[in-house]
Design a protein around this ligand. Sequence first.
Ligand code: G6P
Length: 612
Amino acid sequence: MCGIVGYVGKKDAVEVLLEGLKKLEYRGYDSAGIAVIIDKELHIRRSVGKLCNLEENLAKNPLSISARIGIGHTRWATHGRPSEENAHPHTDSTKNIGIVHNGIIENYVELRSKLEKNGKNFKSETDTEVIAHLIKKHYNNNLLNAVQKTLSELGGSYALGIICMNEPDKILCARHNAPLIIGVGKGENFIASDILALLPYTREMIFLENGDIAEITADKIVIKDIKDNNITTREIKSVRWDAMQAKKDGYKHFMLKEIFEQPRTIEDTFRGRIYPDEGKVHIEEVKLKEKDIKKISNIYIVACGTSYHSALVSKFLFENFTRIPTEVDIASEFRYRAPILNENILVVVISQSGETADTLAALRFAKSRNCQTLAVCNVVGSTMSREAMYVIYTYCGPEIGVASTKAFTGQLTILYILALDWAYKRETLAKNELKTYLKELWEVPVKISKFLKNTEFVNDIAKLFAHKRDFLYLGRHVNHPVALEGALKLKEISYIHAEGYAAGEMKHGPIALVDESMPIVVIAVKSKVYEKIISNIEEAKARGATIIAVANESDKEIKHKSDHVIYVPKTDEFVSPLITVVPLQLLAYYIAVLLGRDIDQPRNLAKSVTVE
Ligand code: G6P
């Protein structure tokens, strides 16, 4: 959701803050602001809209001299519409304290009315402003004390960055259920909501835990427990990602770059983990022994958005290969439906960011019911990766486009490997079958690269359909979730209404929508359900629909059945989602470009949803 940055050191703080906010803008982009201290005075600049508006504001209202300390924020509105008054940083009435916040203060109404009764004037509609007033109320020449007292009154979630003009050389930060990282520099230190904002300056990072409060100066970082004030030691971790990975590299948009990166990110994710010739899988991170794997009675996979779609595919993988009954849940529903859980159940959470609030809550819920837990994450050091019993990382590098692409194929790669490995260990898959399936995966990057060599024809199809109001996406079996994902991609970035459906269900409703104006994207690659999907195509064609089929190069018949064909290399049906999703990502991308949409930062969305 919102993004936070903070800097203390010798550099120009405004430059560092803006640079950091640029990297975090994908988390939220309806307003942005910074607060810095110069000569013991707090200076604030805030603007509605994208970061460029804040930059313009700063150009028009420059600071007299460079600041060496400051905090910044990019917002995704929860409480209070996007406006300058609601933009962070917020302050107390005397403009002593500046504060940036990510999260939601659940008891803010009660706190606000108490403060108002005591004469405090509120300038915004946000939940955050109460924090600034409370800190001021408790302030007695000790910021740390005042913040500690304030935090004890707050309910809900927060990652906070706080500066105070009376103590102009320090930033205070604290976390509870929202991510916060300290970047460790030499003669300078940083805070940020995620790694990306820190990469240009340092790879040495401290991932704060819930209940941590830190006092940061240019030369010192002291972390304490919010409640008992005891000093806490947190390890400094060296992060593998580098700043170059977070650049567009000549591509027009991050999303396009990330689509084209997939051959490499899939390979990076499986390299060192699979050995097709020997029929061997090595997943170091999951320390489950064969006997433990055999004991798993059920698997629940829980996720949101695109990660939920990869979970849906993996249900087929786990059930088909391992024969373990597998259920998939939308994370925001999981804990409210009273799932039946126990210690023989494995709960797998899938999350690119590792921070999505609902998925994290599902993980904690599973832990509280004594389940074994496994997180599949992309962001190293993220909360889920630290809280789950086991974590397997996808090696996709930073994903910046808000619409997820390479994370999806990275997750599928992991889940495919895991299902095969466990199937072999549970003796539901023979060695030679394991070898065959691993080989299929091994060849996927080359096949996707081949497809990506000529994508102009996908753009040509996009040109024919970009003006349409509605789209239908159909698929069956493992490619049903891919149809859902294709529809989601189109919705997210082009704002065209699109629905994904199991092709066999079309007769039970969506067929009523079908007429000449309705394009239907059908995933019709060779598989055990191929004949069935061809029948579904015929049914739609008979009602005048225009069919865009995603089919195998070897399929000579399909062009007689559909209006347009996007050919993809053939692969085993269980691996096929890794390939069939790519043309759908591209189709959505090209349509959105033709419509002039904001590809990497579509309206109303955020990359990482850290509030429930
Ligand atoms: C947001 C993003 C989606 C993403 C979903 C889950 O809605 O816009 O692209 O799929 O969150 O995110 P996660 O980080 O948990 O995979």
